[in-house]
Design a protein around this ligand. Structure first.
Ligand SMILES: *Cc1c(COP(=O)(O)O)cnc(C)c1O
Length: 406
């Protein structure tokens, strides 16, 4: 392959980062310096089409003017108070997120993993205080191939050896069953089960959509056995699948929503847990918190995000452009199964051919940023502001990358 201009610059910068940073990632060989909308510019001077969107943290594209303006307004006024004091955008944020989720109350955190931990603590405390589970014996059902973040408790119930290996001992109290298998959920329930933690679509596992009726079955089991349905909508929520939440596809309303990623508008980390008072009411002062959770800058940006989601515009874009994307992918020669909903797709590559990583490197050479999910799957999740012709172009680049070794 002919090296594009600026490739030496990129190589030097990657080597410098490698020398000074922990090696907990293996990034594709590109160094970005600026971006707007769906396009990101590398220090090599090349414009790349972003088909990953920060794992859905950039649903509204890079530096959306409405979100940048909201952040800038807030930067000029107040950025941090800690939760020791109330601030003037806090109520706006909680009201907005609660309204979007149709829940009474919101608990703000920063990262996705923290929000998942919050939901787990909430479910356990609810189990003891409301359900009457004996102390220290609450159980939560989780699913094989889940991804909920990187804390010790969360990787403890991961089934990915890379994610959990070497990090034990892990907290007990989790039972893991196959994803999509409602009978396995039913079989794992005990009198001490307080909740079921589920991704409505498994993102990191390769955009795996559960069988129809799976979420509704979990909802029914939770109602029947007095357990909380906790939906991790961190990657699937806020328009990604063509609805506000991926649970909406089955008209299922969980007891607890866990949000993150796009809630921060691609500007600041913002996560949140939303639930009704019957659940959220079990947490009192001093029992949970975060110095940065619900800070003014985060609240200002996330409130604007909710306003944008409430317009419905991004959900319809995802639905309409998603069917364009999936129609093109269905015609793509040389691929296996294609899964997903809306502007979200997992494209399996046949065994024996190039790895997903190799195809992503070839895509990079064709100015498309995409990321593998495990060895054999390419994940596509562009910002929801992408245009139809850009999708067509990206899939053409994917077709070329699958065919040629360059
Ligand atoms: C990314 C992700 C998380 C973790 O979010 P972080 O902000 O990286 O901690 C949790 N759950 C799901 C479904 C995710 O996609």
């Amino acid at each position: 392959m002919t090296r594009p201009p600026g490739a030496e610059l990129t190589a030097a910068e990657l080597a410098r980062a490698d020398e000074h940073s922990a090696h907990n990632y293996d990034p594709l060989p590109v160094v970005l310096e600026s971006a707007f909308g769906v396009w990101a510019r590398g220090i090599d001077g090349v414009e790349y089409l972003d088909m990953l969107a920060g794992y859905s943290a950039l649903n509204f594209g890079h530096r959306h003017p409405r979100l940048v303006a909201a952040a800038q307004r807030q930067l000029e006024r107040l950025t941090l108070t800690s939760r020791a004091f109330q601030h003037s955008v806090f109520a706006d944020f909680c009201e907005a997120v609660g309204r979007l989720c149709r829940k009474d109350a919101v608990l703000p955190m920063n990262t996705g993993a923290e929000a998942v931990e919050t939901a787990l603590k909430l479910a356990r405390k609810w189990g003891y205080d409301v359900k009457g589970v004996p102390p220290d014996s609450a159980e939560i059902i989780t699913f094989a191939d889940n991804f909920h973040g990187r804390t010790i408790a969360i990787v403890g119930f991961s089934t990915d050896d890379e994610a959990r290996g070497g990090f034990g001992p892990f907290p007990p109290g989790f039972r893991t069953v196959p994803y999509g298998d409602a009978a396995a959920v039913a079989a794992a329930i005990t009198p001490n089960t307080v909740g079921v933690l589920v991704e409505p679509i498994q993102g990191e596992a390769g955009v795996r959509v559960p069988p129809d009726g799976f979420l509704a079955s979990i909802r029914a089991l939770c109602d029947e056995h007095g357990m909380l349905m906790i939906a991790d909508e961190i990657q699937s929520g806020l328009g990604r699948t063509g609805h506000t939440f991926a649970c909406d596809h089955e008209k299922v309303v969980p007891d607890v929503y866990v949000l993150g990623k796009a809630l921060g508008g691609g500007i600041v980390p913002v996560s949140a847990v939303a639930a009704d008072w019957s659940v959220m009411g079990v947490i009192g002062p001093g029992q949970h918190g975060s110095t940065f959770g619900g800070n003014p800058l985060a609240c200002a940006v996330a409130t604007e995000v909710v306003g944008m989601v409430e317009s419905g515009e991004f959900q319809s874009r995802s639905r309409e452009l998603g069917s364009h994307l999936h129609a093109l992918l269905a015609e793509l020669p040389g691929v296996g199964e294609v899964r997903g909903r809306g502007l979200w797709a997992g494209v399996d590559l046949p065994a024996g051919g190039p790895s997903a990583r190799t195809v992503c490197e070839r895509l990079l050479g064709r100015r498309v940023l995409a990321k593998d999910a495990h060895e054999g799957t390419i994940r596509l999740a562009p910002p929801l502001v992408i245009e139809r012709r850009e999708i067509t172009w990206a899939v053409e680049q994917l077709a070329d990358s699958l065919q040629s070794s360059e």
